[in-house]
Ligand binder design. Structure first.
Ligand code: HEC
Length: 148
């Protein structure tokens, strides 16, 4: 084999190698949404530890607290409602959920602290994504239809 042919063959192998590597390392967009939902696996993964740090103390580790959320205490204040789809978080559009987390409930006479100085909007959206993984497809569909 002449040096030119050898050189060209080597070049071809390198080019093919690069093309193959790119096509296998690039399985569609990185931030692909979970089927039927607005959010990605990455957002859920980011949201879970943030939820556990900032929200779980009141809303419970699985966002199921508090079962008696309809009963006001002796001061007329309501306990943190479950966010897992059993209360009415799914009645609210995304924009209002984000706003609730940013401003909290205190301005409305509630008890939830504001998070706008603590969390970025993108972090709040990731927390809400993790919360929504607890929503059944039926609840999620109701939320989409109600707020879509
Ligand atoms: C100190 C306790 C406390 C913490 C911490 C807290 N919440 Fe709340 N949350 C509440 C209470 C109590 C309510 C009911 C409204 C009120 O009293 O402000 C509420 C209401 C909500 C609602 C409205 C639910 C509905 O059914 O309308 C959402 C959404 C929510 N919280 C999300 C979060 C998220 C996300 C975090 C963490 C970033 C968080 N909360 C942290 C106590 C808390």
């Amino acid at each position: 084999m002449s040096k030119t042919v050898l050189g060209l063959t080597l070049l071809m192998v390198i080019i093919i190698g690069v093309v193959v590597m790119q096509s296998t390392s690039n399985d569609g967009p990185v931030e692909e949404a979970i089927a039927g939902r607005w959010y990605s696996e990455q957002q859920v993964a980011q949201g879970e530890p943030l939820y556990q740090t900032h929200c779980a103390s009141c809303h419970g580790p699985e966002s199921a607290a508090t079962p008696n959320w309809r009963e006001a205490d002796e001061n007329g204040k309501y306990p943190p409602p479950p966010l897992n789809g059993t209360a009415h978080a799914w009645h609210h559009p995304m924009s209002l959920l984000v706003k609730t987390v940013k401003t909290g409930g205190i301005p409305l006479g509630g008890q939830m602290p504001p998070f706008e100085a603590v969390l970025q909007e993108q972090e709040i959206r990731s927390i809400l994504a993790w919360i929504q993984t607890h929503w059944s497809d039926e609840i999620y569909q109701n939320w989409i239809e109600r707020n879509g």
